[in-house]
Design a protein around this ligand. Structure first.
Ligand code: ZN
Length: 409
């Protein structure tokens, strides 16, 4: 049977993680302030900091004056200790980005995806990582891990099987395929879950305990933060909000079923509706969803009747979908993200808020605050890098113990 109480080793790991997270959040902090912020005893703080200094993860970067004339050492993360790689396999391109430990972006490679074949995806990720490391002159040993956001359901197995409905992938062992190229830790995760992690790490102040990060683009899904943690469900498929049914036997969805939310608020659904009403609409830009939706939303803002009709219909479904999240999860914060979420933007929030209010129960509605994501289009890569950082904080010190898997031969 599993012990209910954490072992001394667990406690040590938890303390190290807590202290590293506090140093990361504050940029620079004294031992005394660390104790105050984390609630750990000064003895524990002193011991953990001594280990982190010895391992070179943390540095003493100067002193601050204090009452009584004693000078207190200021602690910071050693930014040269390691670097993070985050990437996104999008529906149209592959992005790989390099970050430092403060999640500041150092470099970026973006390549267009002609088809979603797994071999092409792997090739782009591998070449992207290699050219980033070459141009930044960072040795592969300095990389603390690579996180990759992928559209679709990621089964949680050792090989990181991926099912990507957008490309009709049969389950593909993406992580195992990447393992042939990289020795550092790998994390493959659904893009919306990565976005939710990025939202947790990116805003100043303590992150909300309960948050729904809505990702709207070609596909539609949500990342749920529940009690401060990413909610995964039994087999890691939680968050397929786009495939909740809003109209029984409604429009066909690309998942093969009918009446899913995605068929109404995802870009292809909105464009199809536009085409049904006006086949020759000047807003229609064949093969370019982003441009079509940009024109449509701009026209709505300028008072165009057709654009108004379509966006109003879309908002009714989107508002009802968000109200379902409010009623189900009782979040404090709902973040509207994804390229289409960003296009909708602040301008349309009041209208959307009204529709959400129409379909939500009053109690959870009162707690829920709707905002637009502050993160730009690379929020998935940043979230992927945040996941590497989080994992590093949990397993910190493992770098020298060779417990990480080595590449397959
Ligand atoms: Zn569906």
């Amino acid at each position: 049977m599993r012990a209910l109480n954490p072992t001394a080793r667990d406690l040590r790991r938890i303390n190290r993680r807590t202290i590293l997270q506090a140093i990361h959040a504050e940029n620079s902090i004294s031992r005394l302030e660390l104790g105050q912020r984390t609630g750990l005893s000064i003895g524990t703080v002193t011991n953990v900091v001594a280990e982190l200094l010895l391992e070179g993860i943390v540095l003493e970067s100067g002193f601050e004056a204090s009452e009584g004339g004693r000078r207190r050492a200021i602690l910071t993360l050693n930014l040269q200790y390691g670097y993070l790689l985050g990437g996104e396999i999008g529906e149209t391109d592959v992005i790989v980005e390099l970050f430092d430990l403060t999640l500041k972006k150092i470099g970026e490679i973006r390549q267009s995806l002609e088809h979603g074949e797994p071999s092409q995806v792997i090739e782009y990720v591998v070449s992207g990582v290699k050219s980033l490391l070459t141009s930044s002159r960072i040795a592969p040993e300095k990389i603390l891990g690579l996180g990759l956001g992928v559209p679709g359901i990621i089964e949680y197995t050792e090989s990181g099987e991926v099912a990507a409905p957008a490309w009709n992938w049969a389950p593909v062992p993406l992580k195992a395929m990447l393992r042939e190229h990289f020795a550092f830790p790998l994390h493959v995760e659904n893009g919306s879950k990565m976005m939710a992690v990025a939202e947790m790490w990116s805003r100043s102040g303590p992150p909300p305990e309960n948050m729904a990060v809505v990702n709207i683009g070609t596909g539609v899904s949500v990342g749920i933060i529940s009690q401060g943690k990413l909610y995964r469900g039994a087999t890691n498929s939680a968050g397929e909000w786009g495939h909740t049914v809003v109209v029984l036997d409604g429009r066909p969805c690309r998942c093969g079923r009918r009446g899913c939310l995605e068929a109404y608020i995802g870009a292809p659904g909105i464009i199809q509706r536009l085409r049904e009403i006006d086949h020759d609409s000047p807003f229609l830009q064949p093969g370019d969803e982003i441009q079509t939706l940009s024109l449509l939303i701009a026209a709505d803002r300028q008072g165009n009747d057709l654009a108004r009709q379509i966006m109003r219909e879309t908002f009714r479904y989107l508002g009802a979908g968000i109200a379902n999240l409010v009623n189900l999860f009782n979040p404090q914060r709902i973040v509207l993200g994804g390229w289409l979420g960003l296009l909708i933007g602040e301008y349309m929030l009041p209208e959307l808020q009204q529709i959400i209010a129409q379909y939500s129960l009053p109690q959870p509605l009162k707690a829920a605050h709707l905002v637009i994501s502050q993160l730009k289009r690379d929020s998935v890569s940043m979230g992927a890098a945040s996941l590497v950082l989080e994992n590093f904080f949990v397993n910190v010190g493992a770098l020298n113990t060779s417990t990480w898997p080595t590449p397959a031969q």
